[in-house]
Write a protein that binds this ligand. Structure first.
Ligand SMILES: Cc1cc2nc3c(=O)[nH]c(=O)nc-3n(C[C@H](O)[C@H](O)[C@H](O)COP(=O)(O)O)c2cc1C
Length: 177
């Protein structure tokens, strides 16, 4: 299976990054092809609401988003990861999601996973996880599991939590059948 992991955290080796890497380690060990896209390394401008994409199928903005959309379309499995910022996803993740518009009808039918982190417990991370889940479901994808990186604030704190093992085992469970 082609697995595409999209991380919306601005922090290199932050908690979201570490959970993504552990998920990827599991997914690779069970034979999947995995690519990770860190939105912090990409140029993704905000949607301009010009609706040109409704006519042409393409965005007028020349940045990294066209390439990301092609990769998303080809992937069998999508993973969205974000830290919780003021109860929801990071700005990087939301900006990226708005830019799905040119292809939003072509990204469905896939299995999907959500990775969420934050200093709060599940109750505080719920909206962030639900917002990403609902967006994936709205595209027509099936969210099979949410990985909760709860009670983590500083970089690396997630390493001491059970979420790491959960991320690994969830990735490992991805198989073609
Ligand atoms: C601007 C900002 C807002 C935040 N808001 C929340 C929040 O509402 N709830 C929460 O649990 N954590 C919040 N946090 C903490 C981060 O979610 C937490 O540090 C997370 O582990 C960061 O993930 P990262 O290491 O992948 O960057 C916030 C952090 C920042 C920088």
């Amino acid at each position: 299976m082609q697995v595409l992991v999209i991380n919306g955290s601005p922090r290199t080796k932050g908690n979201s990054d570490l959970l993504c890497d552990e998920f990827i380690r599991g997914a690779k060990e069970s034979g999947n092809q995995v690519e990770k896209i860190s939105l912090r390394e990409k140029e993704v401008y905000p949607c301009r609401a010009c609706y040109a994409c409704f006519k042409t199928g393409f965005c007028v903005q020349k940045d990294d988003m066209a390439d990301i959309l092609n990769k998303m379309e080809k992937a069998d499995v999508l993973v969205l990861a974000s830290p919780t910022y003021f109860l929801t996803m990071s700005g990087q993740m939301k900006t990226f999601i708005d830019r799905l518009l040119p292809k939003w009808q072509k990204l469905g039918g896939k299995d999907a996973y959500v990775i969420v982190t934050g200093h709060d417990g599940k109750k505080g991370l719920k909206r962030c996880a639900e917002d990403m889940t609902v967006i994936l479901e709205n595209l027509g994808d099936r969210v099979k599991q949410i990985i909760w990186g709860e009670h983590v604030w500083q970089k690396g704190e997630v390493l001491k939590t059970r979420a790491m093992e959960e991320a690994y085992l969830t990735g490992e469970k991805i198989t073609a059948v």
